[in-house]
Design a protein around this ligand. Structure first.
Ligand code: CTP
Length: 456
């Protein structure tokens, strides 16, 4: 029976439970007669950009329970839940620590809001830092992506970026001017000596060479897509990583986003029945003069965007397709302005469409025997999707927001793989990455054939 009692509610992740948490719960309880504690799910924390929690949710709940202060423990798993809970449980007082002062004043409409003085000199973040080895990541290539990687890495615990490498002096100097790190331009070996891991964001044709050198030096590698242009080299590189006892990960950002994980879970749950077709489209009109518009050898629609479009196909239909058909439209400079790849499986079909000079609706459709999933552009930065059925009134909408530009989820996965703290996540397996390299190789061959013809 809880009638007549003054109800207090508070929320937190309560990771690596510490004295600050204990004192907060103790004082929260003293404010009333009945204390409800909301503990966040990993998924909710991920979506609000809080990555690398160390304790699983059951441990975090157990620790809250062991204080003896909580009369009821609930799970917080979505944005906006606080307002729902306050009404549902008839809460009188909402409590959080003083690090949140003012941020929940909008709840004053529903109940009293109290910010309790935070306990000094202790936090989960500090405890995590004590426990984990800080990984030094060096950036190779200081072009367009590197600054974003640098910014986003700040949101992942356990990472530092001490230096970068770029043999092109002009680009190196520009980067060095805007970032507080050293950029090596001469000795790649000197650069490697300062890092535990590298992030490769250099031009496409240089990726695999850097991967090999870094692996040989015993460094973990996160490489932008496409990692290589051939099946055999992809196999070799993953074997080399295995032999050197280091992590090799291909940087296809979508694979690591919480929303994309959710699409896969819903698709595999049986909700839309047996999956029969996956159609993924990614088009972007390149600005004049950029690599996507000018580098007819190593850039263009498929080499830039193909990995995104193949990802949901291989994730959902597997890699054992019976047949693949590659068709492109080429510009005179060799750029494929539009490429369409069709896969035929025993019980399914799939299409990957990429454009760099052709604009289309960039959507992902996963069709099943009972319904389909529709994720609209930009589905590769998944923030929401619908599950739809024969009955047009029956639409399930899923929201899954994420923070920043999504890079931090990829970096976080890389770090937890290096530290072996994340279990087996299968977000992008070596097999899937190798299967993509196989299609890249077929594409390169088709392109060489066609361009050979064109030259004649
Ligand atoms: N808290 C506190 N004193 C501390 C740390 C946390 O009073 N030294 C409070 C927070 O203000 C919040 C609750 O404990 O009301 C749960 O906080 P949580 O975010 O789980 O803990 P932090 O240690 O702040 O976690 P992090 O470092 O990951 O942000």
């Amino acid at each position: 029976m809880t009638e007549g009692k003054r109800k207090v509610i508070t929320y937190g992740s309560f990771d690596l439970f510490h004295e600050g948490h204990y004192r907060l719960l103790q004082r929260a309880k003293e404010l009333g007669d009945y204390l409800i504690v909301g503990v966040t799910t990993e998924h909710f924390d991920e979506s609000r950009g809080k990555l690398n929690l160390m304790d699983p949710i059951l441990t975090r709940i157990e620790n809250v329970k062991n204080t003896g202060f909580a009369d009821e423990i609930i799970i917080e798993d979505h944005e906006g839940q606080k307002i729902e809970d306050i009404q549902r449980y008839g809460v009188d007082i909402f409590v959080l620590g003083s690090d949140w002062t003012d941020q929940f004043d909008y709840l004053k409409e529903y109940c009293q809001v109290v910010y309790l003085e935070r306990t000094p000199n202790v936090s989960s973040t500090m405890k995590r830092k004590d426990r984990i080895r800080i990984i030094r990541i060096g950036i190779i290539g200081t072009g367009r992506i590197a600054p974003r990687f640098f910014t986003e890495s700040k949101y992942v615990s356990g990472v530092t970026i001490p230096c970068a490498y770029n043999p092109e002096k002009e680009s190196a100097e520009k980067f060095e001017k805007n970032h507080p790190i050293e950029v090596f331009t001469d000795s790649f070996d000197d650069f490697l000596q300062n890092v535990d891991a590298v992030y490769i964001a250099s031009p496409n044709e240089t990726h695999s060479g850097y991967v090999r050198k870094a692996l040989d030096a015993g460094k973990h590698v996160l490489c932008e897509k496409p990692m290589t242009f051939t099946y055999e080299e992809a196999v070799e590189l993953y074997e080399l990583a295995e032999k050197c006892g280091v992590i090799l990960m291909e940087g296809i950002r979508t694979a690591y986003l919480p929303g994309f994980q959710q699409i896969l879970s819903v698709a595999k749950s049986g909700k839309i029945g047996e999956i029969r077709d996956v159609e993924a489209c990614f088009t972007r009109l390149p600005s004049p003069g950029t690599r996507e518009a000018t580098d007819g050898r190593y850039s263009g629609a498929f080499l830039e965007y193909g990995s995104y479009t193949m990802l949901p196909i291989f994730k959902l239909l597997g890699m054992d397709y019976e047949n693949v058909q590659i068709d492109s439209i080429f510009a005179p400079n060799g750029i494929d302005t539009y490429t369409k790849i069709q896969f035929k499986y025993r019980d399914g079909l799939a299409t990957a469409k990429c454009g760099a000079g052709v604009k289309s609706e960039g959507q992902l459709i996963v069709a099943g025997t009972k319904g389909y999933i529709l994720a609209q552009s930009p589905w590769w930065l998944t923030r929401s999707f619908d599950v739809r059925f024969e009955d047009p009134d029956l639409i399930e909408h899923h929201d899954s927001s994420f923070q920043g530009d999504g890079f931090r989820y990829e970096i976080s996965e890389f770090i937890s793989k290096i530290n072996r703290t994340g279990g087996n996540t299968y977000k992008l397996t070596a097999e899937e990455s190798i299967a993509m390299a196989d299609v890249v190789e077929r594409f390169m061959r088709t392109k060489a054939d066609v361009q050979g013809d064109l030259r004649i």
